[in-house]
Design a protein around this ligand. Structure first.
Ligand code: PLP
Length: 477
């Protein structure tokens, strides 16, 4: 399998060439040259594999279609080490739970940090360690987080050979549980830096450090952001596993509802559908930051300013633009790289928006690609959490609640609707308290985590201070 940029760059790299990279050289995103097709017989075989041999073997079947530069035995071993009952809490890895008539929850958040980002990040840790060892290289991962991504990256990379993590977070602004999750890690390759500022200050520092190409090269600085193709690919697997659990026949269709921010999660659903998984609808659920809902309703994609980006009670969906969206639009435009570049490289840079409402392809978003959307507000979130608890005794987190709210608006008779559960309630205790007047359930392994000793360095929002710290750590070896 070769990969190509959505903006037409001539290079055709393979999987391991793009594993440690971010954007393509022309600013586009990497996509596979074509989507491997699966027929009903293959789906039937994969159904048996999942039931008899488990999630890791299913993942091997899917990922080996996209990765041909890692020997099969090595890839299989990596996947078996990643998707274990010890790490993800159950043998099914992503068990389905019935909520109400025709509506299911797929649990993606029983990994180490209790959010769906573990599903991909845990594999990324294994892949990075493997590929760096093969090349005899090391990598310093620099990132900024407002919560879920940073902790998922740290728990995936802790103790990995050849890798250090420098993670910037806004001092005192994450939930006490999230702070404890990150700062209690004692691994010597994990470095928490609490910046006296907001999340945007953290992100600005990461951008400034990455823009210093000299520094970046000398200290081998890399990232693990959501546009990484390997992360997206890892997520494709749980769409197949969800469909297998919700159906009995191999031609039966299901729909998925996905709490969305950067469009990484639901883009993996799009890839699964392009491969031939019988998905009726992909339901994009947003919160008050409704960039994506606006596009799927009107055809206008309009990036928000930071003043127009709201801080909400489903904070992991608080985005001003959807960084993976270009991958879908590329397919929507019939894989026309020149048109994709004109929209994302030129129109967005110039106007901060583009308008496909009059473009013939826009109608295809719903008709051919199955996309529909909706949005949810703080009041909707509280009501949905309270309703799920009172009627079914099921406690859901605010992001999953956004998914359930929008899923109900798009249910079709006879088509199971699977809502992806993207985090556990304990990560967002204040909102659960507001909705239910009680504390969320806490998994036993997190008892008393807030009292553990913390390993974090507090710094003012100054690029030079962060650079100096990275240098000191790297020189010390
Ligand atoms: C990251 C995240 C999302 C949004 O996922 P995208 O891939 O950015 O669309 C939703 N819910 C939770 C809990 C998350 O951590």
């Amino acid at each position: 399998m070769r990969y190509r940029s959505t903006r037409g760059d001539a290079a055709r790299p393979r999987f391991c060439d793009i594993l440690l990279e971010g954007l393509a050289p022309d600013g586009g995103l990497y996509v596979p040259e074509d989507y491997p097709q699966v027929d009903t017989a293959t789906l039937a075989r994969w159904r048996r594999i999942y039931h008899e041999q488990g999630y890791a073997e299913l993942a091997f079947e899917i990922l080996s279609l996209y990765i041909d530069d890692i020997p099969a035995d090595d890839l299989r071993a990596l996947l078996r080490r990643t998707y274990t009952a010890e790490v993800f809490g159950t043998g099914e890895i992503v068990p389905l739970r019935h909520l109400e008539d025709g509506l299911w929850l797929e649990a993606l958040s029983n990994g180490p940090t209790l959010a769906f980002k573990d599903m991909a990040m845990q594999l990324l840790g294994q892949l990075f360690e493997y590929e760096l060892a093969r090349r005899g290289e090391t990598l310093n991962i620099l990132g900024a987080t407002s919560g879920d991504t940073g902790s998922a990256a740290e728990y995936a990379m802790r103790g990995k050979r050849g890798i250090r993590v420098f993670m910037l977070s806004p001092h005192g602004r994450m939930s006490p549980f999230q702070q404890a999750q990150m700062y209690s890690l004692q691994d010597s390759n994990i470095h928490n830096i609490a910046i006296e500022g907001v999340f945007d200050d953290c992100q600005d520092i990461v951008k400034a450090v990455s823009a210093d190409l000299d520094f970046k090269r000398r200290w081998r600085i890399g990232t693990v952001n959501s546009i990484n193709w390997a992360r997206l690919l890892a997520q494709v697997v749980y769409y197949f596993a969800g469909w297998i659990q919700a159906t009995e026949r191999d031609d039966e269709r299901v729909s998925f509802a996905v709490p969305s921010g950067n469009f990484g999660n639901v883009c993996a659903g799009h890839v699964a559908r392009m491969m031939g998984l019988p998905i009726a609808q992909l339901v994009v659920a947003t919160n008050e930051n409704d960039v994506l809902d606006e596009f799927f309703r009107t055809g206008v994609y309009r990036v928000r300013s930071s003043a127009d980006t709201f801080e909400t009670s489903s904070p992991s969906m608080d985005i001003s633009k959807a960084s993976n969206f270009e991958r879908f639009v590329f397919d929507l435009l019939g894989r026309d790289a020149a048109q994709t570049r004109a929209l994302f490289g030129e129109a967005l840079a110039r106007d901060g928006r583009f308008d496909l409402s009059a473009h013939p392809a826009f109608a295809h978003a719903r008709e051919r690609f199955g996309f529909v959307s909706g949005k949810s507000t703080h009041a909707n979130r509280l009501a949905t959490i309270a309703d799920a608890w009172q009627r079914f005794g099921v406690m859901i987190d605010p992001h999953t609640a956004d998914g359930v709210k929008v899923a109900r608006e798009h249910q079709q008779p006879g088509v199971p609707m699977i809502v992806l559960e993207t985090a556990l309630p304990i990560k967002f205790a204040a909102t659960i308290q507001e909705a239910l007047g009680r504390e969320p359930e806490r998994p036993a392994k997190f008892a008393g985590i807030e009292a553990l000793p913390k390993r974090v360095r507090v710094m003012p929002p100054e690029v030079e201070r962060v650079k100096a710290y990275i240098e000191t750590v790297c020189r010390a070896g």
